[in-house]
Design a protein around this ligand. Structure first.
Ligand SMILES: CC(C)(COP(=O)(O)OP(=O)(O)OC[C@H]1O[C@@H](n2cnc3c(N)ncnc32)[C@H](O)[C@@H]1OP(=O)(O)O)[C@@H](O)C(=O)NCCC(=O)NCCS
Length: 275
């Protein structure tokens, strides 16, 4: 009798656990379905948060992104890696990036002056946790011009031509829209074909003035889609970064074990010099 009661109690507990896990699955499934249907229906043609007439004449979209790039927002603790990234650029790239061939001290000053609270800095890390691409979206310091932001980007030479520059620009555009920026601009040297292509693909107006060009892009207001997409992309990029950290730690541990193993198993040969 007592045993039957216990079995029934156990059955009840199992049923409860199954209901609970099924409930969780349904909640997650529901969240995912809500998100994907929102993605499908809320394209940029959904009424914006602000005035719809503001973006009646949207520039044509170049093409949908084909590359998924884990772009994450960088904070204070990435300062030294940002400096390393910029110092890895050669004189020509530094000239393109800053408008002059900045030396290492000038790069250090630029990096020290980065304001992570006001501006937004985005980065792409490779699996060795090297910052291979970064972008700086600088807001105008002046309160009255807080609706403008300037964009600057750099990709390490070996990582170019893979769409990182383009994706960073798109991410910065989305972030700027979500933060009420109406005008994004960038200073580009007229010979910088790649950067001008990126700007033109996004629909920017490029005004050439001799060696220099200025590109500006009027941004439509944020939509629920841009806000959700940015949030999701940031979460995925942060998760991707954590996985890379753990994978690197694991590789480093394996490597040190291999070194230790080789040292322990290698027998000194007769003709080896004495230690
Ligand atoms: C400009 C820069 C960021 C481009 O980065 P990237 O990751 O190579 O760019 P993408 O792969 O996204 O390519 C974007 C477009 O430029 C084109 N492109 C890339 N390199 C090019 C080159 N050397 N010449 C001509 N076009 C080029 C690509 O084909 C692509 O066009 P498409 O979409 O029509 O095919 C990179 O070259 C760089 O860091 N340069 C030095 C710093 C700099 O110039 N910064 C910009 C100042 S704001």
């Amino acid at each position: 009798m007592c045993q039957t009661v216990k079995i029934q109690q156990l059955k009840a507990i199992f049923t409860l656990i199954r209901c609970f896990s099924l409930g969780k699955t349904l909640i997650v499934k529901n969240m995912f379905e809500t998100y994907t249907s929102a993605q499908a229906t809320m394209t940029d043609s959904t009424p914006p948060v602000g005035d719809p007439s503001f973006w009646a004449d949207l520039p044509p979209v170049h093409k949908p992104p084909t590359v998924i790039v884990p772009i994450r927002s960088l904070g204070e603790n990435h300062r030294s890696r940002i400096a390393d990234h910029l110092k890895a650029l050669d004189a020509n790239d530094r000239y393109f990036r800053f408008g002059f061939a900045a030396n290492d001290e000038q790069i250090d000053r630029y990096v020290d002056g980065l304001n992570f609270d006001r501006d937004e800095i985005f980065g792409v890390y490779n699996r060795h946790l090297k910052l291979i691409a970064m972008a700086h979206l600088a807001y105008a310091g002046d309160e009255r011009r807080s609706e403008c932001a300037e964009f600057g980007v750099s990709v390490l030479p070996h990582a170019r031509g893979r769409g990182f520059g383009q994706r960073l620009f798109e991410r910065a555009m989305m972030h700027a829209r979500n933060h009420g920026v109406h005008l994004m601009f960038l200073h580009v040297l007229s010979e910088n074909t790649a950067m001008l292509k990126i700007a033109r693909h996004a629909g920017a107006t490029v005004v050439r003035d001799g060696f220099e060009s200025e590109a500006h892009l009027v941004l439509p207001p944020a939509t629920l889609n841009t806000q959700m997409t940015e949030m999701l992309e940031e979460q995925l990029a942060q998760a991707n970064y954590q996985v890379k950290i753990q994978a690197k730690q694991f590789r480093d541990m394996l490597q040190s074990m291999q070194i230790g193993w080789r040292a322990a198993t290698s027998k000194p040969r007769d003709n080896d010099p004495p230690p």
